[in-house]
Design a protein around this ligand. Structure first.
Ligand code: PLP
Length: 396
């Protein structure tokens, strides 16, 4: 099928929940993708932080093919070898002790919310409310749109579940004021992705940790977008020397295969007993074989070092552009989660980059967000920046 045929068929029968660009991607390799008409693009969207190893990484495709021929699915009624190995790899590389596997970021956060409430009921302060940040994003289920501190995701879906309240990000005084006897946890993204690539102040995360410990609240970090090497460390919070009680993962965890995880320290995880939470597909052999291969690549093959090196280089180049184009008002982010804030609408730039063979993304209509594979090279960055510069010159 060519692009027009795919779009026509999609418009006729796929539910219209996405504002899609008029293109259909059919093949990918490394940091490059091809559309249905054979055009090549440099991919700086990276499946929105999923394709951290690039497209069709051989270690991941091999692991999936081998596992698919061996055992694709069995129930969690049984122990599953790739699942226990992936859980061990995650706990060996984090402050967490136990892992619950699911299929997406929203599900990982749902699991974290349930665990925080159950822990509070059994061992904590008996509260149920979770404080989250304005401009956060935690998913699209009813509980996670309510945890999300942006009303645009909530409107039309009321009544929303109870038990969430919002505070401005990076504002310790507001958190102090908001806490109530029925609060049981604070949930934050160390770097807000959908909210516009907003970094937590290092001092803020440390203060929030101390605050939670003093008040008997759990600290939950949503690392679904910023975790798994994206910032140059395995987990974004590892930059800050702050350990959460629970953290959540998804996106890059399966190297392109759907899988999510909720990780907690032992005492907190113990609040879940058999029957409390479950997922038919969560942690199935195929997903975990993909996850094992992907996380192994991330940790043991220099991917995070490359992310830091190339990410710093890319950020410098973007800062240089900011010196030339006054409509760039800020350049921010860490590693290869980078944002360029504009005083103009960014959607035209996204379209023009696409016409020039570069895929980028824009959040809130005014922040260009870059989430390329972590394996990109300096040459890929040079090529991307030359396209961005050309289209910025066209619109200015
Ligand atoms: N949390 C964060 C920080 C995210 O960026 C996202 C998705 O963008 C989610 C949760 C939801 O993940 P999913 O779309 O896999 O449910």
């Amino acid at each position: 099928m060519n692009t027009d045929e795919i779009i026509k068929m999609g418009d006729a029968c796929v539910m219209k929940t996405y504002g899609r660009l008029q293109m259909a991607l059919v093949r990918g390799k490394g940091a490059r993708v091809w559309d249905a008409d054979g055009r090549e693009y440099l991919d700086f969207v990276g499946g929105l932080a999923v394709n951290s190893l690039g497209h069709c990484h051989p270690a991941v495709t091999r692991a999936i093919a081998d596992q698919a021929e061996t055992l694709m699915h069995v129930s969690n009624l049984y122990y599953i070898e790739p699942q226990v190995k992936l859980a061990r790899l995650l706990v060996e590389n984090s402050c967490g002790d136990r892992v619950f596997f699911c299929n997406s970021g929203a599900e990982a956060n749902e699991a974290a919310i349930k665990l925080a409430r159950k822990y509070a009921r059994l061992k904590g302060n008996g509260g149920y409310e979770i404080l989250t940040a304005l401009n956060s994003f935690h998913g699209r289920t009813l509980a996670t749109i309510t945890a999300t501190g942006q009303t645009k995701y909530q409107q039309g879906f009321e009544p929303l579940p109870q038990g969430f309240r919002y505070v401005p990000f990076n504002d310790m005084a507001a958190l102090n004021e908001a806490v109530a006897p029925h609060t049981c946890a604070v949930m934050l993204e160390p770097i807000q992705g959908e909210g516009g690539v907003n970094e937590a102040d290092p001092g803020y995360l440390r203060q929030v940790r101390d605050f939670c410990s003093q008040k008997g609240l759990l600290l939950i970090f949503d690392e679904v977008q910023c975790g798994l090497g994206r910032t140059g460390k395995f987990l974004a919070h590892q930059h800050y020397g702050v350990e959460p009680d629970i953290f959540t993962l998804a996106k890059a965890l399966g190297g392109g295969f759907p899988i999510g995880a909720m990780v907690a320290r032992e005492e907190v995880a113990a609040a879940f007993v058999p029957g409390d939470h479950a997922s038919t597909f969560g942690g199935n052999p195929l997903a975990c074989a993909a996850g094992l291969a992907a996380v192994n690549q991330l940790i043991n093959h220099g991917v995070m070092d490359n992310c830091t090196r190339v990410g710093d280089y890319f950020k410098e180049k973007l800062q240089a552009l900011a010196g030339r184009y006054p409509f760039i008002t800020d350049v921010r982010g860490k590693g290869l989660i980078l944002g360029v804030e504009l005083s103009v609408d960014g959607r035209e730039l996204v379209k023009r980059c696409q016409d020039n063979g570069l895929l980028i993304n824009c959040v809130n209509n005014n922040v260009l967000r870059f989430l390329p594979p972590l394996i990109i090279t300096g040459d890929d960055v040079d090529r991307a920046v030359s396209i961005i510069e050309r289209v910025m010159g066209e619109v200015s």
